[in-house]
Design a protein around this ligand. Sequence first.
Ligand code: SF4
Length: 400
Amino acid sequence: MPQDRGEAHIRDRGPDRVRDRGDACPGALRLHRADDGALARLRLPTGVLTPHQVLVLAETADRLGDGHLSLTSRGNLELRGLGEGCGLGLAELLRDAGLLPDSERHERVRNMVVSPLAGAEVRAWSVRLDALLCAEEWTLELSGRFLFAVDDGRGDVAALAPDVTLLAEPSRTALARTALVRVGRAAYRVAGADAPRAALAAAEAFLAAAREAGTGAWRVRELPTGQDVDVAGHLRRASIAAEHVPDAVLPAGGALAPGLIGASPPGVSVLARLGRVTTAQFRALLPAEEVRVTPWRGFVLPGFPDRAAAEERLHALDRAGFITRADSPWVGVTACTGRPGCAKSLADVRADARPMAVDGGLPVHWSGCARRCGHPQGAWVDVVATAEGAYQTTVQKPTG
Ligand code: SF4
């Protein structure tokens, strides 16, 4: 087990700690023991799987797990129901498929969401940022919850409450793409070529602030009110030219809807019902040039030769059990693991979950207990178990 430097830091307790224990986030190498067996959480920092990786993951879930893959609200994949002692075999399969970083100690800090429809330039930022993250020793201090977003300008993943956001700005000239690097309410404009390094510098600024505060914060929003994150200073130290952008406004992007997407070439977007697929469904995503995993518990298949081919695939995925239409009542319905996988659950949430008629089209999240794991950002309808088969429903609104 790698030494987690963040845990050492957190053990130094003070009176106003927001976290009183180390980061126990599961990873692909650090499995979590659940009631239905061990759980592995695989980070996909660029959100992209090759066809070979899809097949390896399906095979792995069949051989070692419970024959399903779960998607998380951060675009990660989970294997559940893993047997005792399968960790080494699992690691070998993932390593051989290129699903682990060269520095395996960094696998839990590669927390990144990327706009699923981003073009090559913005996608390259995520690849570069991942490489930078995994090359630095100090980044091991970031918790498994610290989140980067690489947003292509539409505001879709920037809306997921990341800690550090890279937001692509429209090109002012053909050669001069710029990005905003954003931490909390502070935003700085940097050259596109500097964007990945700027995101890394922002994360370093957060760690410095967290150390100074001494409260064990894992995330920017956990810092004490008034605690400064010196992004400008860290950008300067990294020799990155930056312009402060006061009151930067985020584009109001949202979740990618299921259906046909794009025109040249067209693609398809589908959602996994309650964020879980069988390995047969997962394999049904192929053939594809690549499979993009989205933080809305879905998949994007890009690059069909024409609209007819994309439509045909969408129908096939509908038959395979995916949500393929924006007007499906299952869009926006999510659920935590619940029983039997989670010992805390008061109910079999996933069996009970169903669509609800909700004013304003708010997302609906079903939880087996008050922890409400995986609930949506922003306003949402909270359906929480109070006893076997009994649920309390309220509307949750964002604070602050
Ligand atoms: S919300 Fe409660 S029941 Fe559901 S997965 Fe989290 S801890 Fe378990």
